[in-house]
Design a protein around this ligand. Sequence first.
Ligand code: LLP
Length: 425
Amino acid sequence: VMHAEDVDLTGLAEEIGTPFYCYASGALETSYRDFADALKDLRATIYYAVKANSNQAVIATLARLGAGADVVSGGELRRALAAGVAADKIVFAGVGKTPREMAEGLDAGILQFNVESLPELQQLSQVAIEKGLKAPVGLRINPDVDALTHRHISTGNANNKFGVDLAQARDIAGRMDDFPGIALHSLSLHIGSQLTEIAPYRAAFRKVVAFFRELQDAGHNLTRLDLGGGLGITYRDETPPDIKAYAAVVGEETAGLDVELAFEPGRLLVGNAGILVTRVLYVKHGSSRRFVIIDAAMNDLIRPMLYQAWHEILPVKAAEAGGTTSPVDIVGPICESTDTFAEQRDLPPVAAGELLAICSSGAYSAVMGSTYNSRALAPEVLVRGTQAAIVRPRQAIEQLIGQDRLPDWLDQAPQLDAEARRRQL
Ligand code: LLP
């Protein structure tokens, strides 16, 4: 029987119902420590990209080990602060920060805004001036490299909306006097997510480091270089760059630079520290395929549908060794054909009522959840040894549908009509 650390998943499923996400503290801590250890010879700080998993218990687990936070919205900023991350260990990225979000970041006293366009820089300058402050800024460079990952999660080539190209960045840096509310301290980059090759990193670092030197030589007081996140993990048989090899490339490309480095890993720290536990509802024998219908759906984990992502799916009670497997489609209950976790996946025989674990669901899973088909958000559990804590309870259906309001012209009217009709009858 599969356990999360020392917690039996079948017992947990009985207790809280399915589906639910389950995260392991030990795996979170190990991935953070391993990454920090790989970077130990560099002057580096890790800002956990909380978009990957923004549960405060996860953020707090990493923050206690020394992680700062990389946030992309006012909501994530609030969560990071609420989870105990110090404001001066928060970087704020994103192409569409609103003036209000900028004000929130300034009021909190965050370390740095990673700015992604000229109009954004102008807006941030204005918000800072109104507050009598200077906003600490890292200009995000789009180095125009191919990250060799899925096109939906590639961010560092000229066709992507992220960052500014080198020519424009040079132009902006040359007219910083136009932005009296800005203090340019840093350059940043992030070329994509789930990277499995190291070459795109080297190409991007080389371009940005050369530009960093150019700006330093021109008299800009740049003190930090933010190298983003993006390191891939193994979902199936990918061989992402070894973190030591990655650190070595960083070391080589930044050699001799007097700078503090920043890293923004998300998936690397949390992806393989979580699973989604689901129960088989029915096994349906279609005319050409066998369908295993589970109680998790694309609203709980959309990665297979959105990025054709492959997630390992394992029975929680291991099958007999040497038993047979046969291909099945593992599908959710949502009324769309795309609500399919795996097609023609070899599984040992499974029956209704059995539990399955959808692996590598620690990153971009719960956070991308929705309530499509009026399905409540599934609970999140964090385990530590023999302890299990519900770190987000299951959303109550009342909570979900109770958010709707009827406008005046509909309020009461349907009941009255129904009542009138009954009287007529
Ligand atoms: N920094 C910035 C500026 C980012 O945009 C991202 C991710 C990260 C750091 C963290 O990247 P990571 O280390 O986790 O690869 N929903 C997609 C992934 C989207 C990533 C968006 N940006 C997925 O499920 O694959």
